[in-house]
Design a protein around this ligand. Structure first.
Ligand SMILES: Cc1cc2nc3c(=O)[nH]c(=O)nc-3n(C[C@H](O)[C@H](O)[C@H](O)COP(=O)(O)O)c2cc1C
Length: 263
């Protein structure tokens, strides 16, 4: 795969992976790609945990389900992230950012415009939506053959200090290498992020992964091989839109947006 094709076709996988275990060779290729990322003074402050143990994956999937239910039921998920939700193409074409919720169960569609109101939250609770999305999330994570946890060494990663920023930046670049490499390997990847939003759940993951005191657990991902036929989850979105050149780039000073290419 050409590099620019890999960058242009890189995606987050919202759906299920094949149940097939990820080969050791592919797992090691992903870690090799991560380790090739740049880091300040080549400090390589990152560490990676490959999780294919069924019992540990099962517990992570339960936590992913419980935390999704908590976030939806508490209304926190919507109040915190509603600014990123788009519900019509027109708005998406104008903004060219955020996630376009274009797959929604029929009972919820009439409430789209009010979806962030307390009334809608009450309706969603009465329809059992928090539990439903929680079990969807748990099944999705549970059916993923590989989990990847990313960590930073605490002697390098000092939040609030420049090294803290450098470490997060280099970890981001390492993760992007993994993300791009999944495309090359016929795999997909998605954040398992709801546990990050619930401190007790995040602490439980640290215990489950036996994270030592000199490391910080930073993010967890689910990975697997992409199935030929990709069924979309109950609630799904597209987020392939990107801003135009003139919306994200400037020339010489930030007063001069870069002109879009004629094409
Ligand atoms: C810091 C960060 C957090 C993210 N959290 C989530 C998440 O919780 N769930 C998810 O499905 N995707 C998550 N993503 C993926 C973004 O939603 C995705 O990259 C964006 O919508 C663009 O879509 P694409 O990756 O398919 O190009 C996250 C990405 C980043 C960089």
């Amino acid at each position: 795969m050409e590099l620019l094709d890999a960058i242009r076709t890189r995606r987050t996988t919202n759906g299920y992976f094949k149940p097939d275990p990820v080969s050791l060779k592919d797992q090691h290729t992903l870690i090799e790609a991560a380790g090739r990322a740049p880091s300040h003074f080549n400090s390589q402050p990152w560490r990676f945990l490959l999780v294919d143990d069924p019992a540990i994956r099962a517990r992570v999937s339960e936590i992913a389900g419980e935390t999704m239910t908590q976030l939806i039921d508490g209304g926190r998920f919507f109040s915190r992230y509603k600014k990123y939700f788009r519900f019509d193409e027109k708005e998406m074409d104008e903004r060219r950012d955020g996630i376009l919720i274009d797959q929604l169960p029929a009972p919820l569609r009439p409430f789209v415009k009010q979806i962030f109101t307390d009334t809608a939250l009450k309706v969603m609770r009465s329809l059992g939506v928090p539990k439903l999305l929680g079990s969807d999330n748990s099944k999705l994570v549970g059916a993923s053959p590989l989990l990847l946890a990313t960590l930073l060494k605490k002697d390098e990663y000092i939040p609030g200090e420049l090294s803290g920023f450098y470490c997060v930046l280099s970890l981001g670049m390492a993760i992007e290498n993994v993300w791009l490499t999944t495309g090359e390997l016929g795999m997909g990847i998605q954040f398992v992020s709801t546990p990050m939003e619930i401190p007790e759940a995040w602490q439980e993951l640290k215990t489950l992964f036996k994270v030592p005191d000199d490391m910080e657990l930073m993010a967890v991902y689910r990975l697997g091989y992409l199935p030929e036929k990709r069924d979309r989850p109950r609630i799904d979105w597209t987020s392939n839109q990107r801003k135009r050149l003139s919306q994200i780039a400037f020339r010489n000073t930030c007063e001069t947006p870069e002109a879009d290419d004629a094409a």
